[in-house]
Write a protein that binds this ligand. Sequence first.
Ligand code: ZN
Length: 268
Amino acid sequence: MNALQPWSEDMPPFQLYGKLWHIGGKMSPSYLFDTGDGLLLLDTGFPKNGYFMFRNMHDLGYDPRDVRWILHSHGHFDHIGMTRALVEMTGAKTYIGAADRDYVNGTLDLTWARELGSRYDEPFEPDVLINDGDILHFGNLAIRCVAAPGHTPGTMAFFFDLEENGVVRRAGMHGGVGSNSMMMKFLRKYGLSTECRRQFPAGLEKLKKEPVEIFVGNHLPNYHAEEKLRFRRENPDGPNPFVDPGEWVRFLEERAQKFRADMAADPE
Ligand SMILES: [Zn+2]
């Protein structure tokens, strides 16, 4: 699969809980939340993802022109690629962790586009720079931001309440967990500090204390989305597989273990 060919990324939209939908690609997620006062997108995927994102939005009965806000988990190509085009189309306001500002505005060539054999040609200047502890309001949705640096310096975790049939549940996302951008080869190539290798595991530990019933992965395999969708197809009247109060902590512990192994194999 070539992630930069949008037809290989294409998948139908799916609902997680309440007004939260996934409308993005197989390797480049993008979430839509209907605030009742305009649409919020969380990450925009690869630059060519408009190929199916717009169709997915129309299929759900939404108009892409109603996107008012775009929030980003971190400043990598597979999460920010469609933003510039969406801003030009809708005038949406953009948000990202303050430390990733120079990634997305083109000052630094660190968006991981080059590593994917591509180029980041769609820089944008974010309207709002997010800091640890900020609470952002989008219509009737409030999102609490917690700094989770490591994967990139500005990676954020997000926590927010979702409502469905009168039942409110807490959702959480860790914005970036891959070891790829913390490996010595990458850090040396771009002259980056190894501080990220200490910040990242400390962040995982801190985030374990957050109560999360719906884990929103920043990549589909992180929360076994394909398996959950299969379960839903086979059990249309069964429980919502995206509600799993144990999954958040399980995931953070798994990532901590994987990170330790990756770092042990790649000493400073
Ligand atoms: Zn990334």
